[in-house]
Design a binder for this molecule. Sequence first.
Ligand SMILES: [Zn+2]
Length: 438
Amino acid sequence: MRTDPQRRRFLRTGLGLAALGAAGMGIQAAARTQLMNPCRAALPLELAKHEIVRAAWAGLDAAQVVDVHAHLAGSGDGGSGITISPRMLSPLYPMEYLQRLFYLNAGCAHDDPGRVDASFVDRLHNLAEGMAPGFRLLLFAFDRAYDEAGTPLPDRTAFHVPNIYAREVARRDPQHFEWACSVHPYRADCVEALEAAKRDGARAIKWLPPAMGIDPASPKCDRFYEAAARLRLPLISHGGEEKAVHGHGSPAFGNVMRLRRALDHGVPVIVAHCATLGEDTDLDRGAQGRRVPSFALFSRLMDDPRYTDRLFGDISAITLRNRDTALLRAVIERTEWHSRLLYGSDYPLPGILPLMSPASLARDRMLDAAAAPVLEHIREHNPLLFDFVLKRHLVSNGKRFAPCVFESRRLLDRLSGQDDRIMRLTAAPASPTTAPQP
Ligand SMILES: [Zn+2]
């Protein structure tokens, strides 16, 4: 296995942009010329019809393919209610500023005042159109940070995407979008908020515990967990280290072992990125247990028979260059896990050019060398398609992700109780003779 700690460290340091330093407005120009996604529109025919694109869709029912990990971003200029912390808007805080710029650029939102929110969604719509008909994205709301008393902390909230906005974006384009709510468990109204979200069609709940200030192991979450289990709302929670959003809580809140409390309440949990980044304390050895890779703790929970029908993982972001290739290989080679994995892209991250490298995956022999330049070209036009085709073609020691990983709708439907509804409908009496008498 090829390791390149220096490269990884560079990328880990705030999306690899630390080297650009505190050069104020110069940053913007430098970033634009060297690293920005060119944001081209439609896919040229030779790419759309390319063998590797055709092969990626072959054998899949596109109507079952759901990207279960997609972020909505914006600036709030279109009335979305999205807020970004002042630090993220100020060139005086170059890291945050660059992160915002990159997030928005990766979604190719225009910087024109009044058009950022709408441009982000327009772009997402166009990209989804470039996928096979039936493909959908699960769009994430993103709740504020709260303190332990349940008071919102706007100043400590890096980023807020209201549930209503995610719901409306999904409603306006049901051919392409579904939505996941985000509800902080310390909110006094958390149960009502979950009930409203379920009524309004939310398919899951999204948490980023370190940024939102959520300790998933806290008894304060119990009311929330009881409601989530009752409402059949799976929890998509971040596991391991988080680089994308700075926030309010302790990094220790990202420890997947803290999610046992949710699992033990009967909540289906989908660990984002299969916890492939960072280290956490092995809490089975006490609060002072040694630090181990977060992925080792995720693996321990996955291999615990009590959680077979309850714990899952999404494969978003696992191909980012800040990950250890050995972990990507492990997720692919653990084929017994595949029926519990769901496809996700972590959009807009696949549109950030330096974060993923098909060429280095080809050097690691996880991708056909001839596919790398084609994938680079696809990414310039459609980062969603790029991420999908890339993951469909990944290979490690002769193993690949099973088709069920990509046909994630079946599992998502089962976890959110949608398959019960379908079964009840199809099991409905076909003729009056079998119908129960009133
Ligand atoms: Zn994400």
